[in-house]
Ligand binder design. Structure first.
Ligand code: G4P
Length: 192
């Protein structure tokens, strides 16, 4: 997605060889026109899929997802991150570890919201793939199906994209990054 790549080039900075600062348009200061364009692009890309709703994980995935939801005229389900186990007659939960943030939590959603549904996951970053793989497990618990995944920025030098390809999961990334150089601030995009 050219507009997104241009924003990344113009407004992001490279924190480290593994981390990109997107706080000027995606996760702190949020650019609503860009979020709308990202959402419309997701809706267009997934228009041929049969699905009930989009699903995302709080918090940075919510802004682009709400526009995708509006554009596709489908509801958006938000998975919360909780530190504790809850009543399992009401909630579906799945443990998840973030390598990027070195934190563990439970992906948590009310069973009734996802049971038996066909869902498309949207998220801001794909790094090691833990969120996607664990959302897939969470949905399977409730006989729901992860139809496809849409990612705003995929860091293709980390393991997530390969893991999803190995698992034959449908994936659409709006911008793929091949490498980050904190010294020169160079961001190399993946050929899509
Ligand atoms: P994975 O699912 O692919 O394994 O990714 P991982 O857990 O390692 O990291 C995901 C979390 O880290 C997400 O935040 C994501 O936004 C953030 N993240 C990953 N890479 C980058 C990066 O290069 N730059 C920035 N700014 N953030 C990155 P989260 O835990 O979902 O929290 P939230 O910010 O959405 O609330």
């Amino acid at each position: 997605m050219e507009l997104l790549k241009q924003k990344i080039t113009d407004l992001s900075s490279v924190n480290s060889a593994a981390s990109l600062d997107v706080s000027y348009f995606l996760n702190e200061l949020v650019d609503p026109a860009l979020m709308q364009a990202i959402g419309a692009d997701f809706a267009q890309h997934f228009a041929h899929e049969t699905f009930d709703a989009f699903i995302t994980v709080e918090s940075s995935g919510i802004a682009p997802s709400i526009f995708a939801s509006l554009s596709a005229q489908k509801p958006l389900i938000i998975i919360k991150k909780r530190d504790e186990l809850l009543d399992d007659t009401v909630f579906a939960q799945q443990a998840c570890y973030s390598f990027t943030k070195d934190v563990s939590y439970y992906l948590t959603v009310r069973r009734e919201k996802i049971a038996g549904k066909r869902l498309i996951l949207l998220d801001d970053f794909l790094a090691h793939g833990n969120v996607v793989l664990n959302v897939d497990q969470l949905l399977k618990q409730q006989q729901a199906e992860l139809v496809a995944t849409g990612i705003v920025i995929s860091k293709d030098f980390q393991a997530g994209r390969q893991k999803m390809q190995d698992a034959n999961m449908k994936l659409y990334c709006q911008a793929g990054i091949a490498s980050l150089d904190p010294l020169t601030q160079e961001i190399v995009f993946t050929e899509q």
